[in-house]
Design a protein around this ligand. Structure first.
Ligand code: PEP
Ligand code: MN
Length: 628
């Protein structure tokens, strides 16, 4: 094996991951994600095994989405912590989607079910089911066990469990998706003995009403437990990274408890790459701004414009075109790095003035390349963002000079630069004092000749987990052919890049540089419609209408797809003897629309009602679908 391959398999043994319950349970599934699953009958036994070193992690259900803490395991964890001894940490959280079914031995008629067996937290989230069926809840320690038990006992009994557990026990599914919590997922904690590992969750154990209030104010999520003598108010809390600084100020006074289950909140995690401490520091996403232009941390940008600034008129025309399309910054080269020394080298600083005037006219910041340290100072006087080209990605003197210029710097990845080398290059810029570094993947050199470069989306995604800096993709230089640019742009956008850089020209055949890869302004417009970008202040009504048309086409296509799915579900309902109309389900559909349309609640219900009525019609419902 190649020892330098940090992403490859290592000889670290698979952790032993204990869980409470039986194979086939949701806990077993969560444990399999944390290591080699080992079953324990009770939470207390599981935690004793953890303290004794018989398992490496204990995987405990801690909270249900929307339904608060799972008290039994958290109570057991509280007992283990109160007993003292070995310090523990919450290392990670694993969310397992939970789909619960009601299942009974074959031959049990649905309406005859009088007992419903399951685990207490599961029974609690099926209150509506229990009420509707007028059944008695029977507590078991595990959902898979409930399924087996019901199969053994027979009679008018049913279990709430996963579909897999039901089938495994030979039961028949009477009803699907029976939880009141929708969508339903359980968040499991992997609890371990205290180590040096970097946790992904910051959890703490506390008691005292004052601390509960302070944690709540600090934005912590509180998982409250039932009071105990001497600790009437207490439980666990998780603190998001953004709130850690606030929570760090909290200390327990007498009679209170505050135990961090892992490193203290002021602990500074080490950078993800030792040699690039600034670029790979573990921190919230960096948002790079230049005036109204902002990219990173959820803000997405498109930098567009010609490869080279050719004349004042050309750049003014294209500035208007890209602003109208919805671009958020204007690009244009004034110093052009060309493979051939006899090719057009750019119009230099004179063209920078033309670029600046064009940007100002449409209200867009300008991005332009610097090729030599001596160009940095004069270019930085006018340019909003300095670009370092692929050929200069590892030109360290240039990186240092650009980093000290007081402007954000966009660093393009070299054709032969690894992700680590690229991040190390960014480190030079950051070390020189620049905080706003943008990273742009523009195609690397591979054996492939049908494209100019190979857009390395895998490398971009790998960089995403290493750096807080905004990541952009340049599909134009990667493709070298305009017909491939929209596809690559969509792929990069879909992969979650913070921004794109796209070359645009209105007369590509006579462009002085990179004509074959330039999109026409109208092509850019269509692409940015798809991304939901809109023109700035120089936009036009017609342009916005085109965006509305594109949305309408999508809605129409989605409505058609929805009707198709309604017909499909009707077939399944008929085949399994279920009624066509399900009012609980209709309420869920309405709630979803109300959630996304928010304050426009009346409009939301109008839209939902129309879709539901169309759906019922498609399903062959013969009643009055509009009546509720
Ligand atoms: C450019 O953006 O115009 C350019 C020259 O790009 P790269 O450095 O990626 O080739
Ligand atoms: Mn170019």
């Amino acid at each position: 094996m190649d020892g330098s391959n940090t992403g490859g398999p290592t000889d670290v043994p698979t952790p032993r991951a204990g869980y409470q319950g039986e194979p086939g349970s949701f806990s077993a599934r969560a444990a399999a994600r944390a290591g080699r699953p080992l079953a324990y009958a009770t939470f207390d036994r599981l935690l004793r095994a953890l303290l004794a070193g018989d398992v490496d992690v204990a995987v405990l259900p801690a909270a249900t989405h929307g339904a608060g803490p799972v008290v039994e395991p958290l109570e057991a964890l509280a007992r283990a912590l109160e007993a003292g001894g070995v310090p523990l940490e919450v290392r990670d959280e694993i969310a397992i989607p939970v789909r619960l079914v009601l299942a009974a031995p074959s031959g049990v008629a649905e309406e005859s079910v009088r007992e419903i067996h399951s685990q207490p937290p599961v029974l609690r989230q099926c209150a509506r089911l229990l009420a509707r069926r007028d059944a008695v809840p029977v507590e078991t320690h595990d959902t898979a066990f409930a399924a087996r038990r019901v199969a053994e006992l027979g009679g008018a009994r049913a279990a709430v469990c996963s579909e897999e557990a039901a089938l495994e026990a030979g039961l028949v599914v009477l009803e699907e998706d029976v939880s009141d919590v929708k969508p339903n997922a359980t968040r499991f904690w992997t609890v371990a003995r205290r180590s040096d590992a970097e946790p992904t969750v910051r959890a703490l154990f506390f008691s005292g009403a004052r601390l509960a209030a302070a944690l709540h104010d600090a934005g912590a999520e509180i998982l409250m437990l039932a009071g105990r003598p001497g600790a009437a108010v207490g439980g666990f809390a998780t603190v998001a990274a953004a709130s850690l600084a606030k929570a760090a100020g909290l200390v327990a006074t007498s009679g209170e408890t505050l135990v961090w289950l892992g490193p203290a909140p002021d602990h500074v995690p080490p950078p993800r790459l030792r040699d690039a401490p600034r670029a790979t520091e573990v921190r919230a996403a960096t948002v790079v701004t230049a005036g109204a232009f902002a990219v990173g941390g959820g803000k997405r940008a498109v930098i567009a414009g010609p490869c080279a600034v050719e004349s004042p008129e050309q750049v003014m025309r294209l500035a208007k075109a890209v602003a109208r399309a919805g671009a958020t910054a204007l690009r244009g080269g004034v110093f052009k790095p060309r493979t051939s020394p006899s090719a057009f080298q750019g119009h230099g600083l004179e063209a920078l003035r033309w670029l600046k005037d064009a940007g100002d006219a449409v209200g867009l910041p300008i991005v332009t390349e610097v090729m030599a340290p001596a160009q940095v100072e004069p270019v930085a006087r006018l340019a909003d963002v300095l670009q370092i080209g692929a050929r200069n990605c590892q030109n360290y003197d240039l990186l240092k000079e650009a980093g000290a210029a007081g402007r954000p710097v966009m660093l393009k990845r070299g054709f032969g630069t690894t992700v680590e080398e690229w991040l190390s290059a960014a480190e030079y810029i950051l070390a020189a004092g620049c905080e706003g570094v943008l990273l742009c993947e523009r195609g690397i050199r591979t054996f492939e000749r049908s494209t100019r470069g190979t857009l390395d989306l895998g490398g971009l995604l790998a960089a995403r987990s290493l750096t807080h800096l905004p990541l952009l993709a340049d599909p134009s230089h990667a493709a070298g052919r305009k017909e491939l640019v929209p596809g690559l742009a969509r792929a990069a956008w879909g992969a979650g890049v913070d921004g794109l850089m796209i070359e645009v020209h209105d007369a590509p055949e006579s462009a002085l540089c990179d004509g074959p890869q330039a999109l026409l302004p109208e092509d850019l417009e269509m692409l940015l419609d798809e991304f939901g970008l809109l023109p700035g202040r120089t936009g036009s009504v017609e342009r916005v209408r085109r965006a509305i048309d594109a949305v309408d086409s999508s809605i129409a296509a989605l409505a058609a797809r929805r009707l198709e799915l309604c017909r499909r579900v009707a077939e399944v309902k008929k085949a399994t003897g279920r009624p066509v109309r399900d009012e609980a389900r209709e309420a869920t559909v309405r709630a979803r629309f109300a959630e996304s349309l928010g304050k426009d609640a009346t409009k939301a219900s109008g839209l939902a009602d129309a879709l539901i009525a169309l759906g019922l019609e498609a399903e062959g419902w013969e009643g009055d679908a509009t009546r509720r």
